[in-house]
Design a protein around this ligand. Structure first.
Ligand code: DX5
Ligand code: ZN
Length: 223
């Protein structure tokens, strides 16, 4: 066995206090977060409408960390240039929204941004077969996207493990990010299955403890 890989933590601001967003992003940055995960929803692909490019541009000023923008929107190709210009470092689109995924991935890369592709819990990994060598990140959803605070869907662990095996077998360096229901109880099995970037919203931004303590506790859970 090689030494254990470093696991990245990506706090999702969906659960942050939006009245104090800049402060909370700065706090997560100070606490050792690796990315800031930004959930963009359009009220069509998923039920809620959340945030757009103006908020991304605002957060850009509050942190030097990479902004990991998760687009849960229909026709994401119409928004890529704007999110890149607003300061996104990673843009992830859902495979369910992209019949022409090669074109979309290329559009993202042409803007000098890392390209991610995500899939819902019930979407087959086989849809990624051909695009896998071209992406910088794969985001496996472990809840149905749309809301923070949902319970982790246990059957997705097998998908994470199969994707880990496939990436390693093909010698691909795409990051394997996992999103939904991540907390100190679920994180250890996600890491064991091969997840390398953990998105966490409600486990990090909550009224029980400081952002710093929450990140520390999450890290300790799988150390
Ligand atoms: C859900 C979003 C997630 C969300 C996760 O659709 O993509 O990033 O914020 O929230 P938790 O960690 O609370 O499940
Ligand atoms: Zn997300």
């Amino acid at each position: 066995m090689t030494s254990s890989p470093r696991i990245k933590i990506a706090p999702s601001i969906l659960s942050a206090d939006f009245a104090r967003l800049g402060e909370q992003v700065a706090e997560a940055t100070m606490a050792g977060a690796d990315y800031i995960h930004v959930d963009v929803m359009d009220g069509r692909f998923v039920p809620q409408i959340t945030i757009g490019t103006l908020v991304v541009a605002g957060i850009r000023k509050a942190t030097a960390l990479p902004l990991d923008v998760h687009l849960m929107i229909e026709s994401p190709e119409r928004q890529i240039n704007q999110f890149a210009d607003a300061g996104a470092d990673i843009i992830t689109v859902h495979i369910e929204t992209c019949p022409h995924i090669n074109r979309v991935v290329q559009m993202i890369k042409d803007k000098g941004v890392k390209a991610g592709v995500s899939l819902n819990p019930s979407t087959s990994l086989s849809l990624l077969d051909d695009i896998l060598p071209d992406v910088d990140l794969v985001l496996v959803m472990t809840v149905n996207p749309g809301f923070g605070g949902q319970s982790f869907i246990g059957s997705t662990l097998d998908k994470i493990a199969r994707l880990r095996t496939e990436l390693d077998r093909r010698g691909l360096n795409a990051e394997l990010e996992v999103d939904g229901g991540i907390n100190e109880k679920t994180a250890p099995s996600v890491v064991k299955a091969g997840g390398r970037v953990l998105v966490a919203g409600s486990a990090i931004f909550n009224s029980r403890e400081s952002i710093g303590n929450a990140i520390k506790r999450l890290r300790e859970s799988f150390a």
